[in-house]
Design a protein around this ligand. Sequence first.
Ligand SMILES: [Zn+2]
Length: 228
Amino acid sequence: MIEEDGRIVLVDAGWPRSWARVGQSIGALGRSPSDVEAVILTHGHPDHLGAAERTRTAIGAPVRAHRDEVARVRGESKDASPLKLVPGLVPQLRRGAAMRFVLHATANGFLTPTWVKQVEAFDTGDELDVPGRPRVIATPGHTEGHVSFHLPSAGVVIAGDEIVIRDPITGAPGPRFPHDAVNSQPARSRESLARLEGLDADTLLTGHGDPWRGSMADAVARARQADA
Ligand SMILES: [Zn+2]
């Protein structure tokens, strides 16, 4: 969540069954659901779009995603189904981390995502008129319309699953790429790293793992090194 002047924007919305936790988190900030202005999505995997549709219908907050990701978020892209990830994940289940992640995912609705019926599109380079004024950095590859958000005034980059701080499949610490079992276009996601490299920020927030402190140049260098 990004909070500014009492207004809130959700960046991704947890798991499909995260609605109660979203409400708890809003309450923990001393705010109410009506303070949520929008949900902005890094991408349309079920563990990121999560409770977005519930937020839209219960609060009336618009859900926004990159133009190239809208079909996936609506569940209309041929690649949207979480079942598409199953063949890649099954061979990984010998790993304890992967098994724990898949069990947690299944219990939290990963296989039965709630697609978002109405999605507003944004574009690469846009500065979104929501708290924090995040700028849209296209980082495609993990999914076709995956984006990161840069908040220059806060010195923060929110990188979704372009980089993770803990790989849910292997349990390995980052900054690193998520395992290719979950990347639609692995080579393209690696190229996208260059888009983060020069951003001015000292805090990196990702879809998996704790916040990470350091420069984006250092984070990208570590991700490339871990990959090699
Ligand atoms: Zn993802």
